[in-house]
Write a protein that binds this ligand. Sequence first.
Ligand code: NAG
Length: 282
Amino acid sequence: MKVSCSTSFPFLILFLFAAQSVVVYAGSFHKDVQIHWGDGRGKVLDNPGNLLSLSLDKSSGSGFQSHQEFLYGKAEVQMKLVPGNSAGTVTTFYLKSPGAMWDEIDFEFLGNISGHPYTLHTNVYTKGTGDKEQQFHLWFDPTADFHTYSITWNPKRIIFTVDATPIREFKNSEALGVLFPNDLPMRLYASLWEAEHWATRGGLEKTDWSKAPFTAFYRNYNVEGCVWANGRSSCPANAPWFTQELDVKGKNRVTWAQRKYMVYNYCTDKKRFPQGAPPECS
Ligand SMILES: *[C@@H]1O[C@H](CO)[C@@H](O)[C@H](O)[C@H]1NC(C)=O
């Protein structure tokens, strides 16, 4: 094969870059995560490591964290939430960096008394400051079956999806002076814990411990990202999530979810922001 220098050089670079950095996980709970909390209350339930349960009783909740850290990526999992009276329980799936000035991207499901809807709470923290809450009800019963939840985090935006429907886009608005998580590698976490005071509006509904242990299931964990190691991150070549944005259809889905299912939006909370909504809201 005859290849001129001018064409082989870029290909060689591309090849080295790709070979070094392609990390595609069809995830396994056995391989990819550590159940770091809960003293046996979290369990991987099958052998390839597709199914995991977390449980909560009066003495403790439980949780897992990814072995790897990522600086940008797409994290996806299927979850089946605590059924029945789940008031005061919080089931989570989120990205977080360590330290006091941390970054964090949250999915948190606040349980409710039987027959009343869960609240899906989303938030974004940068350098330890959150205050970007949007909350939703869901268009299905999240305890009846598994549903897919994903976070796409790239340099331009964060997209939250539910069963592939984008429900929220948090854009990088650094040009407007708004902080955006862009330099701290994050781990993936999931947990089931008790937050009676926070999750039920000041303890309005009590957790019914006679129903404990409470159990939530996670299935088909999948994270693809720019893996952080030795002080630098390696991104897979041409990863679609790295440049993902919302097309017209995606934007319409966000509008649909927000119009029909949003129950709280910090952008429209005039009591909190009497001088006007934060800049990224407009
Ligand atoms: C529980 O359901 C009621 C509606 O019946 C709703 O107003 C409330 O926000 C829900 N609480 C939580 C924590 O989701």
